[in-house]
Design a protein around this ligand. Sequence first.
Ligand code: FES
Length: 106
Amino acid sequence: MNAAWLDLGSTGEFAADRHAVVLAGDKRLVVVNLAGEFTVFPDFCTHDYTSFESGKLQDGSLVCPRHGGRFCARTGQARKAPPRHPLPAFEVRLADGRLFARPATS
Ligand code: FES
């Protein structure tokens, strides 16, 4: 069974080419807005569980503030060590100007 969709807020709250950390239910998520294309991941680096809040979005990568590991901001794939594992994927949908996400099932 699919998880429920989480309402992450109005799309206007997420500035273009930036990332932002949001709380949704019991989940802490990082939202990436790449020129209007939204992706969502859990807000923890797979290297050592650091939040991306003080990290940066650079050249299409989400950069971890702790050791500089990089993840593809579109797919979550690890691009630069030390992380070796991807960020878990979330499905995303837009409805009525709001952004929704839920953990991907596959
Ligand atoms: S905790 Fe993110 S790169 Fe180490």
